[in-house]
Design a protein around this ligand. Structure first.
Ligand code: 4AD
Ligand code: MG
Length: 481
């Protein structure tokens, strides 16, 4: 048996004359009476292997049913490529057809397909250059995230996916139940009796692993979660998913400044990892984006190419401003005065929309911005109150094209202050007895944040729509595949 070699390794090899086996899917087939060329891809790299089929060795008839999308096992000799570009080709000695793809039915052809069309065939889109590159990058970024935290001595914590409380108030939740929707057990007042449900109480899919991460940080010092989170809001935007992955570090003994330093360091580490380890895929995505930009109006084009933009973020310190400063800048801005914003900024206290965040980043500072000290009314109950009694130690990291990529804060560690905020904001203190107890026993200042992983992948791949950076997106009215 001749051992199979992955194309990524084969293309680096210089073992000319060696006979190897490769397996993969046909991207293109072309040729003449005497010789055929097959571009084969096995997903291990964006680059195809050129397979040369000499018809004096292998009859043309063998390739007759082979089209784009067919799966082949090819045994042949490594040869030096006569053409420029790639250095290695394979001279086929034997071809086994593993699976054919009928060209009348197979929807992927060697031409450009729209991203919208590819979303409808998400079961096949891994076989395209774009989605292969995104999948490999996504993997690399997951790995880089774990490496970053592991190297710093953080412990990965699995927070629960099913939770018994809408602790965060971060958004609408998906109910988890085994009760019969047609005939649920009822209380005397007609409401559903969840005591008879699987867990003996109403449960939901989690919107965040933060509260559990805080419990772990109160014994392990530095931890992080990296898990799926679910939000049932009806947001049909290019930056919202109903199911997305979030990275949530939580650190004892960190204040808001330590928290910002960690967020900036982490984002830069992950971006650098991509630049250092995914150059082929990034070069492809860079080119793809350039082509896409060309079809836009000049004023809508990005001022930087993808790779240039990633380098730029690495090399510049993020701007740090308070919410109050942000409001002053926005109030005075041209789009605000000319009423170009959909939501006009007229007073202190209102929440920033993505259009405002992007103005600060893309037009005003022209680099990532961290906004801190938001009004307490627009942030979660657990954020540490500032001495002014009006603002909390929140921090949002804003990125070009994305807007908010990270949300976090220093946490309120004083029992009485936390309880007061919970009561003011109608957070059920009984349900969160365990959360409150951490403030009763050995409480310490601590901080944490959440990075939306898909928004990060969007930024690094330059993909405009979040549905294209997760293999199987879940959005309102869409849970196919
Ligand atoms: O700002 P959020 O809601 O913060 C939290 O959930 C905190 N518990 C985090 C923490 O302090 N541990 O969400 C954090 C990030 C956002 O900045 C955004 O990047 C991403 O999660 N995010 C979403 N990504 C995709 N689709 C959605 N619907 C998202 N909602 C939030
Ligand atoms: Mg947020």
């Amino acid at each position: 048996m001749i051992k199979r070699i992955k194309i990524v390794n084969l293309l680096k090899s210089k073992d000319y004359g060696k006979v190897v086996n490769v397996k993969g899917w046909v991207r293109t087939k072309r040729g003449s009476k005497n010789v055929s060329f097959i571009a084969l891809n096995d997903g291990s790299t964006i680059n195809n292997l050129q397979v040369v089929v000499d018809h004096s060795v292998l009859m043309e008839e063998i390739l007759q049913p082979v089209n784009t999308g067919a799966a082949l096992s090819i045994t042949g000799e490594i040869i030096q490529s006569p053409g420029s570009g790639q250095s290695v080709e394979v001279n086929a000695k034997n071809i086994e057809i593993l699976g054919l793809a009928d060209p009348d039915e197979y929807p992927l052809q060697p031409k450009k397909h729209s991203l919208e069309f590819l979303r409808e065939i998400a079961h096949l889109r891994f076989r395209t250059n774009t989605f292969g590159a995104i999948a490999r990058l996504r993997h690399a970024l997951i790995f880089a995230t774990h490496k970053f935290f592991n190297d710093k001595g953080f412990y990965n914590i699995h927070s629960p996916i099913i939770t018994g409380s809408d602790a965060e108030g971060a958004g609408q939740m998906f109910r988890v139940t085994i009760l019969d929707p047609k005939n649920p057990p009822l209380n005397d007042d007609g409401s559903v009796n969840f005591h008879e449900d699987f867990f003996g109480k109403a449960t939901n899919l989690t919107v965040s692993g933060q509260l559990e991460a805080e419990l772990a940080a109160m014994g392990l010092s530095e931890v992080y979660t990296f898990g799926p989170t679910f939000r049932a809001e009806n947001s049909n935007t290019s930056r919202h998913l109903a199911e997305f992955w979030m990275i949530e570090p939580e650190m004892a003994f960190y204040d808001i400044n330590d928290n910002m330093d960690l967020a900036e360091e982490m984002l830069k580490f992950i971006i650098k990892y991509a630049l250092d380890n995914c150059s082929d895929d990034l070069a492809f995505l860079n080119k793809r984006l350039l082509e896409e930009e060309r079809s836009k109006k000049p004023e809508e084009r990005s001022p930087m190419e993808l790779i240039e933009k990633l380098r730029f973020v690495l090399e510049n310190k993020f701007e740090r401003i308070t919410y109050t400063q942000a409001i002053d800048i926005l109030k005075d801005s041209n789009p605000n005065k000319k009423k170009k914003f959909q939501y006009v900024i007229d007073k202190w206290g209102i929440d920033l929309q993505s259009e405002h965040e992007r103005y600060l980043v893309e037009k005003h500072f022209k680099k990532p911005v961290i906004v801190t000290d938001y009004p307490k009314e627009i942030k979660a109950f657990y954020m540490k109150m500032n001495d002014d009694g009006k603002t909390v130690r929140a921090m949002d990291v804003l990125f070009p094209q994305i807007g908010e990529i990270i949300g976090g804060s220093q946490r309120e560690e004083i029992y009485d202050s936390l309880l007061k905020r919970m009561r003011e904001m109608n957070v059920p203190e009984k349900e969160l007895w365990w959360y409150l107890e951490t403030r009763k026993f050995g409480t310490v200042p601590h901080s944490g944040f959440g990075l939306g992983f898909e928004r990060m992948v969007q930024f690094i791949t330059g993909m405009g729509n979040i549905r294209d950076v997760i293999p199987f997106p879940r959005t309102p009215l869409n849970a196919e595949f």
